[in-house]
Ligand binder design. Structure first.
Ligand code: G6P
Length: 466
């Protein structure tokens, strides 16, 4: 196997036992790949320069070499906040109502991808495998080809791919899809997303995949792959057994007293369905007064992308909603929703997951959802809690022994919570063992090895331009 060059917008070499809370599944998973294979991780430094210079920062951190570049304020506004997070993110999460189409955003997206390609290309050696991650960087592969590199290029999308009819609302939809065809391997988190991509190819471009999920295009073959991101299961279990996790568990058990705790942990994002979750929890309280004072919901939602309007809106909606529900149901000794905007390290989260009878993971749409896997992995194997999981998370395809729900239906979600709270121990054990087996078998290392395996098998691309 050649050297691995990983590219992603954010470069965040993840430590094992540390975690800022911002350290999402992506950084953990990619760190694990690089730690084992060697190579370089390339992306944005997170810093802003007055003018883009292409100057690179080389660092070695936690056994991983990172190379980063600074961007201009205008780049960040148009490429990251604009096209990536105001256009593609809402559209790819099926939220046409929130998606903004702006020519400036599209230009900025193209410009930054070009800048990344120009900086990265001199670092690419013959035989290197280049693995580009996520929606910020779809055009990068095409840019690398334009600069004359024939290395094998892979792209993995960590978020959903939208249905064809939604994608048609993007002014440059065809261009975006064709850019993806510059890669040799294109990976998705779940079958549903690959199928949506294939629908587009079939209907709009007249391309059919064969039985190996390969597409023939301009004299090249593009391999489509479903490859769900896994949990760094062994490392996470070490975290679960750590003193810090145990301390967090004990303090949570003390604070919950003999009440049952339901936990939700999500970045504050409209795709996570936290508003709908609060409403479902309210319905549970309204329908079953006997549960009052017996349980509570701990919702941990670190604030994200707060400079964008629709993120500030969801934040104030959640503040109002949790306040209203607590006002209506709380007593002097009990608050039904503990709503927390702080972020916690993985050890503290592991302890809190373990203290919760129910893990409530109900995104309206999600590429994968690693919290669902962490909740399961953190449980006490002798007395596990129950995962209630949205059917619309990529994770649902693997975790079908969870209680699967439609997150838009407060009736379904509240009834699943009740079922989880009253589930017998034998049934909890049965479900947990099956879930845990999948999580351990299809872990982070399985994920990147599978993806890189496909990339390694792909032939080098002839330099033909469409
Ligand atoms: C989530 C998604 C990732 C994405 C990341 C970007 O974690 O699952 O696919 O790359 O958000 O987050 P950021 O904070 O960099 O906007």
């Amino acid at each position: 196997m050649g050297r691995l060059l990983i590219v992603s917008n954010r470069v965040q070499a993840a430590r094992l036992e540390d975690g800022s809370g911002n350290q999402g599944g992506l950084s953990v998973a990619l760190s694990a790949a690089l730690r084992e294979s060697g190579g370089i991780w390339f992306g944005w430094s997170g810093d802003i320069a007055e003018h883009f210079s292409g100057g690179m920062h080389f660092e070695k951190e936690n056994g991983i070499t990172t190379v980063t570049v600074d961007l201009e304020a205008r780049d960040v506004e148009e490429y990251y906040s604009g096209y990536a997070n105001c256009t593609l993110w809402p559209l790819f999460h099926y939220r046409l109502d929130l998606a903004r189409y702006d020519r400036m955003f599209a230009n900025g997206y193209e410009r930054v991808n070009e800048r990344f390609a120009q900086t990265l290309v001199p670092l690419i050696e013959e035989g290197d495998l280049v693995w580009v991650n996520d929606y910020h960087l779809i055009p990068l592969g095409d840019q690398i080809r334009r600069l004359g590199r024939s290395n094998r290029l892979g792209f993995f999308l960590h978020i959903p791919w939208p249905p064809m009819r939604l994608l048609l609302s993007l002014p440059s939809h065809r261009q975006l899809v064709e850019l993806l065809l510059a890669y040799d391997v294109v990976g998705f988190q779940a079958e549903d997303w690959l199928e949506s991509f294939h629908d587009y190819l079939r209907v709009q471009l007249g391309l059919e995949k064969d039985e190996k999920n390969q597409i023939a295009w301009n004299g090249r073959t593009i391999q489509l792959v479903v490859c769900p991101v896994g949990l760094d299961s062994e490392d996470f279990k070490t975290i679960v057994r750590s003193g810090a996790a145990k301390a967090a568990y004990h303090s949570m058990v003390q604070s919950r007293a003999d009440r049952s705790m339901i936990i939700g942990v999500d970045r504050l994002d409209h795709s996570k369905g936290v508003k709908e979750r609060f409403c479902a929890f309210e319905r549970l309280l309204a329908t079953y007064p006997r549960l009052h004072e017996q349980l509570f919901l701990l919702q941990i939602s670190p604030i994200a992308r707060d400079d964008l309007g629709h993120y500030r809106e969801i934040r104030s909606e959640l503040e109002a909603l949790s306040g209203r529900i607590n006002g209506a149901y709380a007593s002097p000794h009990w608050v039904p929703i503990r709503y927390v905007n702080q972020s916690y390290d993985r050890a503290t989260l592991a302890g809190m997951y373990r203290a919760a009878r129910v893990g409530l993971v109900t995104p309206l749409r999600d590429g994968m959802n690693i919290v669902a896997k962490e909740y399961v992995a953190a449980q006490d194997p002798d007395n596990p809690g129950v995962l209630v999981l949205s059917r619309f998370a990529g994770a649902a395809a693997q975790l079908d022994e969870a209680l699967l729900v439609n997150p838009y239906s407060s009736e379904e979600v509240s009834e699943a919570c009740l079922q989880a709270l009253s589930m017998s121990k034998s049934e909890r054990l049965r479900r947990w063992r099956l879930l845990n087996d999948v999580i351990e078998a299809q872990d982070t290392s399985w994920w990147w090895r599978t993806f890189i395996g496909f990339l390694d098998d792909a032939p080098e691309s002839p330099l033909v331009r469409s």
